[in-house]
Write a protein that binds this ligand. Sequence first.
Ligand SMILES: Nc1nc2c(ncn2[C@@H]2O[C@H](COP(=O)(O)OP(=O)(O)OP(=O)(O)O)[C@@H](O)[C@H]2O)c(=O)[nH]1
Ligand SMILES: [Mg+2]
Length: 461
Amino acid sequence: MSGQISKEDRQQLERWIGLGPRDFELLYSISRDGCSPEIFHKLCDNQGPTLTVLYNTHGSVFGGYASSSWTNPPKDTLVQDENAFLFQLRLNDKERKNKFPVKNSPKALKACATKGPGFGSNRDFATFDSHISQENGKFKLDGYMKTPQDWLDYGNKGVLSKGDIMNNDLHVTELEVYKVTEQLQALTPAPWRKIKEESLEAQSELIGSLKPCKEQGVSDFRVLLLGPTGSGKSSFVNTVRSTFMGRLSQKAACGLGPRGCTLAYTPYTVQTKDRKNLSLRLCDTPGLTENLGIVDVAFLLGGHVKDHHKFFAANQIDVESSDFVQKPQPRNKIHSVVFVLSVSDVNDPSTGLFEKLMEIKTMLNGKGIPYNTVLTKIDEVCENTEDIYKCAAVGEVVEKVAVKLGVSRNTVFPVKNYENEVELDEHVGALALISLKHILYSAADASDAESAGETTESDVI
Ligand SMILES: Nc1nc2c(ncn2[C@@H]2O[C@H](COP(=O)(O)OP(=O)(O)OP(=O)(O)O)[C@@H](O)[C@H]2O)c(=O)[nH]1
Ligand SMILES: [Mg+2]
């Protein structure tokens, strides 16, 4: 549906029509097609139910619904319509919702080849009777509306004057006619997850406001990314960084190779467009099990591993080496863990990966460190990132991960990382931000609980 009518007004009209969800297809717009009876009839005749909506220069919105088709007889012809009604949605830019049902249904509509849409036998409401040009962005329509007390064929709201409906003024910026049809359920499957639509800016601002508890003397949440080689950990870092920076960032090296790409433990900062750091370090790690063993994960959680330490072939860090931090500061410890798994990791039964993840999960539960799962490469299941929450196959793979890890589904977040794109994509960004928001919510909860003395984290090893 294009056109000016808002979602809220459309929902109100659906309720007034009373036949369940409707689709509104814009057939005619005077600003787009010109104000002309001939064009109106050419575009709107024999289309079934239609909605005519006018927007006047005072910010008032009103019109009429016809469940019978418009036609183009040479002379004025009355058309029967039991379901027709006139309505108002706004007066002087303020919400004002009124429905005026037809009283005299055999005379509900007046059709004529030389006129625009008309309602009522003596034309309780007429739109236009000739070709009208646009002047300074408005059309001085030559129709009229009688005051509701004089309406013969439509409901009468008693005290309302025509000024109360349309300011007694048919200078309009727009007149639209929509075709109204049954909404096909198949076109709008119920989403497997409901998501509040929020702009990237609003989400970014909210995420930017999340900070660790002051009492702990820690300025950043350390978020540890764990997952097998090639699952998309480094790509997730780049995707989050790109979304905040407003341009593609390739800071973390990505790629596939026999030995994996990332070898060092690397905490990344995330900067906003105006170069302010978020209270966040996204800590990239080498591929779990191949290059990073469970004991090293425990060391990482406790803050015992120096930034940029290189792991290789799951060789455990030497606790005597200078890269091993004997007395970690609170700021080195991990506040939240993200299991980064790709769709194919979930479906690959051969690696023993999930056994390892369950071991780590037990460790995290013991330490009171929260964890979430980011499910990458979701484009392999659903090509269109806009449809992720409507795509049943994505819902299924999310459920599969949740069952395999023994976690609730609302801790598993499908994402598509930047990998082939050279420009930013708002849907890719939105998926990344939703996951990050919840990762930080859980880190903030744990941080609050710790400073309130609700957890007793035992020190690592
Ligand atoms: N199609 C698609 N490809 C992705 C996605 N995320 C990552 N990739 C690709 O997968 C490959 C591996 O991604 P990385 O981010 O390097 O994976 P990693 O988990 O950091 O791997 P290691 O550093 O080896 O442990 C790269 O070629 C990426 O371009 C995604 O969401 N969709
Ligand atoms: Mg990597």
